[in-house]
Design a binder for this molecule. Structure first.
Ligand SMILES: Cc1cc2nc3c(=O)[nH]c(=O)nc-3n(C[C@H](O)[C@H](O)[C@H](O)COP(=O)(O)OP(=O)(O)OC[C@H]3O[C@@H](n4cnc5c(N)ncnc54)[C@H](O)[C@@H]3O)c2cc1C
Length: 423
């Protein structure tokens, strides 16, 4: 198992070695300081460094320490909002941007020869409710109208495509696919380093002070970077660095388990086409085949960090319900990570002060989108005529944010109840 990643995930156990990212020491100057080395920060740093900017990236842990190194590796374009609603709210350029988000991730992988097991074998959005099928059919048709290769699947087609039970139908989006997220994060870091960026792990930014037209960033260990621009890309791991930012999102945990390797007979039944799947429940599950032919199941857990195997009970129950044939398989990995939820289910871009750009709030679907977001933020900082894909919004701290574990837990129970009552 990799000693450089603190989470006992299937990804850490199967990862390529981490690039060298020594902690920041001393005083430095850069054009741009990027705080957070997940997909958002790394894609921004890569684009900036390629454009000739001097870049320092700081992460409290290491590249891929946060959600980017722990997720399900499902590369899904789009947002919770459907294309017509996106057109109406933001314009067609935004719809086009989110529709091409998976293209950006797969292009970065190809251009920089990132060894992260990319597989463009589609994403299935599965429904256990017949009442959700008309929405899925409309969604598939709306993306097809915009050129996406999609297919609507009935219950029999779902059973064949997934090998799982209980699906009323779904749709397949061939723009999507799978990858090894920690290797993707490390590969992006290596590409940014090769382009000239400096990346520092174990370097938590603890203070952000305006200096001239730019910023002074100080770390926990007292190192300093002055720069013209700062990009803050801390998503579910956002701390108190920028006042009020943490209270604009609800950091929730997503939990995953992975079984022991499937034998040839199970592999022929379960996801034989290599698609990745997530379902349409409000508190939904997602699954795929992962490294070593292990079956992975994920879902929203509690709002607290998992403390014992018992905390994974719901995910394991979902695994056994969807795939009764997996009941005899042992579980080899259990882990969790933090996503950032927003009340409008959209990612947010903020500019609360000159030359400070913040992007966060991917609502558990950021492999493709955070890559595309970081990339476009980098392009925009190099050339302001490049349009940002979403309206820059003011910080809107959620009322009673300190109580979020309580009301968020209540919301989870409420949504689970609605999921259970719906047909
Ligand atoms: C278990 C799980 C499963 C998921 N599955 C999927 C999936 O299958 N498909 C999908 O599309 N999305 C998925 N997601 C969501 C996706 O992983 C995230 O949306 C995406 O990785 C966010 O990237 P990011 O760079 O914005 O943030 P992160 O990757 O979370 O990075 C934030 C970084 O900021 C650093 N940081 C925080 N504060 C500071 C500070 N003060 N100074 C320095 N560094 C700091 C942290 O150490 C961290 O590394 C999943 C998430 C989780 C947790």
């Amino acid at each position: 198992m990799s000693q450089t990643h603190p989470v006992a995930s299937i990804w850490a156990a199967t990862a390529t070695p981490a690039p060298e990212t020594p902690a920041l020491a001393g005083d430095h100057r850069a054009d741009v300081t990027v705080i957070g080395a997940g997909f958002t920060g790394l894609a921004a740093a890569l684009r900036l460094a390629q454009g000739g900017a001097t870049v320092r990236v700081l992460d409290a842990g290491a590249p891929g320490f946060g959600a980017s190194g722990r997720n399900g590796g499902q590369v899904i374009p789009g947002l919770k909002l459907d294309p017509d609603a996106l057109d109406a709210q933001f314009g067609e350029a935004t719809t086009d941007f989110v529709g091409r988000a998976a293209d950006v991730a797969f292009r970065l992988i190809e251009t920089h020869a990132i060894a992260c097991e990319p597989r463009r074998s589609g994403w299935i959005q599965a429904s256990v409710k017949t009442s959700h099928l008309p929405t899925l059919e409309r969604r598939a048709a709306a993306w097809a109208k915009r050129g996406a290769s999609v297919e609507v699947l009935d219950a029999a087609a779902m059973a064949r495509a997934t090998g799982g039970t209980g699906f009323a139908g779904g749709w397949l989006d061939r723009r999507a696919g799978a990858l090894h997220p920690l290797n993707y994060a490390r590969g992006l870091a290596r590409a940014a380093l090769a382009a000239g960026a400096q990346i520092h792990g174990a370097s938590r930014a603890t203070r952000l002070t305006p200096q001239g037209k730019g910023w002074l960033v100080e770390t926990e260990a007292g190192a300093r970077v002055t720069s013209d621009q700062v990009v803050l890309a801390t998503n579910g791991y956002t701390d108190g660095l920028w006042p009020g930012l943490r209270a604009t999102v609800i950091p929730a945990h997503s939990f995953q388990v992975a079984t022991q390797p499937l034998d040839a007979a199970l592999l022929a039944q379960i996801l034989p086409g290599g698609s990745v799947v997530s379902d349409t429940r409000r508190i939904g599950n997602y699954f795929r085949i992962g490294p070593g032919n292990r079956l992975m199941m994920g879902g929203r857990g509690s709002f607290a960090e998992p403390r014992s195997v018992a905390d994974y009970g719901r995910i394991i129950a979902a695994l056994h319900a969807i795939f009764p044939q997996s009941r005899t398989l042992g579980l080899e990995f259990q882990w969790a990570g933090r996503v950032a939820m927003t009340p409008d289910h959209l990612p947010h871009i903020h500019r609360p002060a000159p030359n400070l750009t913040i992007a966060l709030g991917y609502n558990g679907r950021g492999v493709a989108l955070a890559s595309a977001m970081g990339d476009v933020i980098g392009a925009h900082l190099l050339d302001p005529s490049v349009r940002l894909p979403l309206t820059v919004s003011p910080l809107r701290p959620l009322p009673l944010h300190g109580l979020h574990p309580l009301y968020a837990t209540a919301a989870i129970w409420y949504y689970r109840l609605r999921d259970a009552l719906e047909r």
